[in-house]
Design a protein. Structure first.
Length: 329
């Protein structure tokens, strides 16, 4: 059994994320360790007065440089960033000191504003095998720094994770303020390992892996589950230190995550897909029941009614419902 204990830290750049503790059994060797994750989707620290109130939209493929020279054909290949320079393909540690630009925006402002921030890669290492339940390798961890307000004051872009690292994983898609996954030919995501995007990737839902079905959809559904984004609108409904038990029912060679036998008295919470909860037996926290029943009543019956929308995997897959992941809390 692999134990994930996830507790929240201060909100950073985005208003959604998971803040939970998971007990998850996998087909990998038994181990126990703790991961920390804040209330963030990407987990990126955005610093400086110029970018105050803005959220990360994604890193640009265009405009990247290394040692003052332009990088061409920048792309994410499986779990690593790849680029060409002077007809040589670069990846891994060859991209240390590469400079990239990220797009930011603030939709909450009276006049929606946007900006571009500069980042640089200061280190690249391969991820630990313990974070690879599908045994597909290839994933690299990138240490990033932000050029704060373009002053040459370089500061870490990721918080410190449970391994003592400030690192991110590249993914070939972006996520918007509502938690929607967007395929893009111009932008990609660096998900800090303290954020939900990287966390779900490390649980084994790697969007590029084949043979298990649509793992891009599984990964997206996982980000909804981890943040308790019941209505699929990007709003989390979880609190620090909340324990959950997560599993899938993928066919062979799956499942990737198995239902833990010792669920510590937990009850079925729901089945999940890319739009949030397919249906719910209960909310993770009782205080959220009224809001969820009013905001997305098709997911959870209003409080006071005896029947809930679903209380088992079978319920979550009945009556035309599509559930990719399941959890107890």
């Amino acid at each position: 059994m692999t134990r994930f204990c996830i507790t929240g830290v201060a909100a950073l750049c985005m208003s959604f994320g998971a803040c939970s503790s998971e007990v998850v059994e996998t087909s990998s060797d038994e181990q126990a360790y703790t991961q920390q994750q804040g209330m963030q989707l990407q987990g990126t620290l955005i610093q400086g007065a110029r970018l105050q109130g803005m959220t990360m939209q994604g890193f640009q493929f265009a405009g990247a440089t290394l040692n003052g020279g332009a990088l061409a054909n920048v792309h994410v290949q499986q779990g690593e960033l790849v680029a060409d320079q002077n007809q040589v393909t670069l990846h891994g540690a060859s991209l240390i000191d590469a400079h990239l630009y990220a797009q930011m925006r603030n939709l909450a402002a009276n006049s929606p504003a946007s900006a571009v921030a500069e980042y640089r890669i200061t280190n690249v290492i391969q991820d630990d095998a313990a974070n690879d339940p599908t045994h597909t390798g290839s994933t690299f961890l990138y240490t990033l720094e932000q050029n704060v307000d373009n002053t040459g004051n370089w500061q870490p872009a990721c918080p410190i994770d449970a391994d003592g690292r400030r690192v991110a994983i590249p993914l070939a898609a972006t996520w918007d303020e509502r938690g929607a996954r967007i395929e893009s030919s111009s932008l990609f995501t660096f998900g800090c390992t303290t954020g939900v995007i990287a966390k779900c990737y490390r649980w084994g839902y790697r969007p590029w892996v084949t043979g298990y079905g649509d793992l891009a959809a599984m990964h997206w559904a996982c980000t909804r589950l981890a943040r308790a984004d019941y209505c699929g609108n990007g709003k989390p409904h979880t609190q620090d230190g909340t324990s959950i038990n997560i599993w899938d029912e993928l066919p062979a060679p799956g499942p990737i995550q198995l239902r833990a036998g010792n669920n510590l008295g937990m009850k079925f919470e729901g089945g999940w897909n890319t739009a949030g909860a397919a249906c719910l037996g209960k909310t993770r926290w009782q205080t959220d029941q009224k809001e969820i029943a009013e905001t997305c009543p098709d997911k959870l019956m209003p409080p006071g009614q005896a029947k809930k929308a679903c209380n088992s995997v079978e319920d979550a897959q009945a009556n035309g419902l599509v559930a990719l992941l399941f959890n107890e809390s």
